[in-house]
Design a protein around this ligand. Structure first.
Ligand SMILES: [Zn+2]
Ligand SMILES: [Zn+2]
Length: 430
């Protein structure tokens, strides 16, 4: 953060930087990664700072104002800049006028106490500090800029503020052009997030809460069962939410239901409601695995549960406690004979998890490309008794060789045919 000496291409790098000091954000750019910057990974080019706020209701305070604008207009603009982020997340922002605040906004000049001095008119316009750093929440604007709102006669406060708030919330600069988090400044109205900005912030905080009024529990349960019974999925024509080996048997999960396979044979009485085995399990889970102690972990949305057999040990608890972001996990894989390697998968990335410390080894994800032959996005994963890993996506699955560390020849194959003895489906290539 404080590497002010790092050369940082900025707004208008096509111009000779030596003769002209292009206006830009003062947050240094990260070096461009060799991978992940090509078209194949379009959905995942936002860059994270490594931290995010542990709460979603944040306060902010404006310490000093620019001289060119009246304070009420600055207040309205700051609120508008924050709103682009709160519109697509569960985040809320409330201005406070005294006491401490999470986000502290200041207009300041030259040396101002954080080793990142401003430089007078032009050049560096503003900078902000990432969450989980020693100055988290601080946003500084260069007082010497000609601050304007809604026109191109000076430096537009709305654009710059919205960009800096992206940093304060945990986003780094992105290489995707026309993004708010691009270090390239373009005066553009109306202000809006690019798909990359949106995915980045939702990766950190999740989507907005849609239904703030939950139905009464009893009624919800009844309608839930009636609904699920009417739409009991057909194993011959469905994808799956999660699959896990549990006590040596294989369990396939889809919405409220579970299928149980012993020695490759579907057991009588299945599919059954998953809640019959695991009381309190959410209606449709994202991922599941059994750890070396025999505890079963279930994941849904931003929460997880742990069961010992059919007895709930804990949960719901927030997956952020594990070092994961708030967005749902797509699959979990227990891998290795020791049952001590757990992997979480989401959005073309994966994390290795240590179940004894209950932390991901590093919050920085690795790329799915390490799993040679496995698609970017998967629905579920599990390991069989011989150590092969299986990855499911849609109606298909891939079998992964732990010795050669790649997908076996002849895959993907059909889940319904190989696990549920269904006739090969004409939907194979849909
Ligand atoms: Zn920036
Ligand atoms: Zn500063």
């Amino acid at each position: 953060m404080a590497s002010a000496s790092q050369p940082a291409p900025g707004w208008g790098t096509d111009r000779p930087a030596a003769s002209w000091n292009p206006p830009r954000c003062g947050v240094p750019d990260l070096p461009t990664l060799p991978d992940g910057q090509n078209g194949r990974n379009r959905q995942k080019r936002f860059v994270l700072s490594g931290g995010h706020w542990e709460k979603t209701d944040l306060t902010y305070k404006i310490i000093r104002f620019p001289w060119q604008l009246v304070n009420t207009k600055v207040r309205r603009t700051i609120a508008e800049a924050l709103k682009v982020w709160s519109d697509v997340t569960p985040l809320t922002f409330t201005e406070v006028h005294e006491g401490r605040a999470d986000i502290v906004i200041d207009f300041t000049r030259y040396w101002h106490g954080d080793n990142l001095p401003f430089d007078g008119p032009g050049g560096i316009l503003a900078h902000a500090f990432f969450p989980k750093t020693h100055r988290e929440g601080d946003v500084h604007f260069d007082y010497d800029e000609t601050w304007t709102i809604g026109n191109n006669l000076g430096t537009d406060l709305l654009q710059v503020a919205a960009h800096e708030f992206g940093h304060v919330l945990g986003l780094q600069h992105t290489t995707v052009s026309k993004s708010l988090m691009s270090p390239f400044y373009i005066f553009r109205y109306p202000l809006s997030l690019s798909e990359d900005d949106k995915q980045g912030i939702q990766y950190l905080y999740g989507k907005p809460k849609t239904d703030p009024v939950p139905a009464p529990a009893q009624e919800h349960l009844l309608t839930g069962i009636r609904y699920s019974q009417s739409v009991q999925p057909d194993a011959c024509d469905t994808d799956f939410d999660a699959v896990s080996t549990i006590r040596g048997e294989l369990f396939f999960f889809k919405s409220h239901y579970v299928w149980r396979l012993r020695n490759g044979k579907l057991q009588a009485g299945y599919p059954a409601l998953a809640s019959r085995h695991w009381q309190g399990i959410p209606s449709s889970i994202d991922a599941a695995f059994e750890d070396s102690l025999g505890n079963i972990w279930f994941f849904q949305g931003s929460q997880y549960w742990i069961y010992d057999g059919e007895r709930r040990l804990s949960g719901p608890a927030s997956i952020s406690e594990l070092g994961l972001s708030a967005s749902p996990v797509q699959a979990a894989l227990m891998w290795g004979t020791e049952k001590n390697k757990i992997y979480f998968f989401k959005g073309g990335s994966y994390w290795r998890f240590n179940p004894s410390t209950r932390q991901v080894e590093t919050i920085y994800p690795r790329r799915m490309a390490d799993w040679r032959g496995i698609p970017q996005e998967i629905d579920a994963a599990f390991q069989d008794e011989f150590g092969f890993a299986y990855f499911l996506r849609g109606l298909l699955y891939w079998k992964f060789d732990p010795v050669q560390v790649k997908v076996l020849e002849g895959y993907p194959r059909q889940i319904s045919h190989d696990f549920f003895s269904c006739a090969p489906s004409s939907n194979f290539f849909r």
